[in-house]
Design a protein around this ligand. Structure first.
Ligand SMILES: Nc1nc2c(c(=O)[nH]1)N[C@H]1C(S)=C(S)[C@@H](COP(=O)(O)O)O[C@H]1N2
Ligand SMILES: [Mo]
Length: 302
């Protein structure tokens, strides 16, 4: 029995029931087994937290303000978006600037599956089995110049097809940005699929950024432009409410949003999996990305 709580747990060891238990209950369980530190239960929770949501959940509960501000608006309204032809302009401090056709990008990139947690700043979360390629591979295709320090991203601006862009819910087009080392990190991908199917419009077709250790708003959808620059780029939510949404937006259970706690999250899904669970530092990717922020004040750089 004690073996269940070692770090040699496999996916099979972690039943939905375990996933349902909150940290406190797991800690009590560990205590009953005579285990001192809280390390083992955290491992169990992290593994249990990687049970993917259903295709239906992932594609019908969305944030995509270009199609409305309600969670069910994107699925209802994004059918109007034309995603073929599509090209991504890569410019700024690169060796080979230009408009890269999406089809040509797909021919050159290696598509793999990545099962990541997606943690929205609104304190809900999902687990998504993405298909996509590493952003680093795309940036290397264009050739990053040595002076580049940041990467700026832009979503399509096409109000004829994106009804939300005919409103002022945000300033359009939606823009985002990463530090170059964040952009080049192997966990950072451009997603082109979900569950092995082309990514649906409401999730950011035909390609969208996914940065799993940051709040969901960093993962900009339907990208048409990527610019290498030496200055920190503006980001849509920071521009809209600078006191609430910073440039870094790393998931951090210890730093509250001014209007709510970020210590826990509601995992979207039916039955036992809809339980509230503890939010993990860097969304559970601290071992991989913590080093990027060594010496930084994570409270000031929210
Ligand atoms: N262009 C664009 N990208 C966007 C958004 C948006 O409104 N417009 N919403 C962001 C937010 S707040 C979240 S939580 C995620 C949601 O991704 P999903 O709908 O695929 O779950 O997309 C992000 N990317
Ligand atoms: Mo979000």
């Amino acid at each position: 029995m004690a073996g269940r709580w070692t770090n040699t747990l496999t996916q099979d060891d972690v039943t939905p029931y375990n996933a349902f238990l909150n940290r406190r209950q797991l800690m009590l369980g560990a205590g009953a087994l005579g285990l001192g530190a809280g390390l083992a239960p955290v491992v169990a929770e992290a593994k249990g937290g990687l049970e993917p949501n259903s295709y239906e959940e992932i594609t019908s509960y969305n944030n995509f303000y270009e199609f409305g501000t309600g969670k069910d608006d994107p699925k209802r309204n994004a059918g109007s978006l034309t995603t073929n032809p599509w090209s991504v302009t890569i410019d700024g401090m690169v060796e080979r600037p230009g408009a890269y056709a999406f089809a040509d990008i797909m021919k050159k990139m290696t598509i793999e599956e990545r099962i990541y947690r997606l943690r929205c700043v609104e304190a809900w979360s999902m687990v998504v089995p993405w298909n996509g390629f590493e952003l680093a591979d795309l940036l290397n295709m264009a050739g990053v110049q040595s002076g580049a320090k940041y990467v700026a991203f832009e979503t399509l601006y096409r109000p004829e097809e994106m009804q939300g862009q005919r409103t002022r819910s945000l300033q359009w087009p939606y823009v985002e940005g990463l530090r170059l080392d964040e952009a080049m990190h192997p966990l950072t991908i451009m997603a082109t699929g979900i569950y092995g199917k082309p990514i649906p419009n409401q999730n950011g077709a035909p390609l969208r950024l996914v940065v799993p250790w940051k709040y969901g708003f960093k993962s900009i959808k339907s990208v048409v432009k990527i610019t290498l620059t030496d200055t920190q780029p503006p980001t849509s939510w920071n521009r809209s409410q600078p006191g609430e949404y910073g440039f870094y937006a790393n998931v951090n259970p210890e730093v509250s949003h001014p209007r709510w706690s970020q210590a826990s999250e509601r995992r979207i899904g039916g039955g036992l999996l809809s339980a509230r669970i503890d939010t993990l530092m860097f969304n559970g990717y601290e071992a991989e990305v913590g080093g990027l922020y060594k010496g930084m004040d994570l409270r000031a750089n929210y």
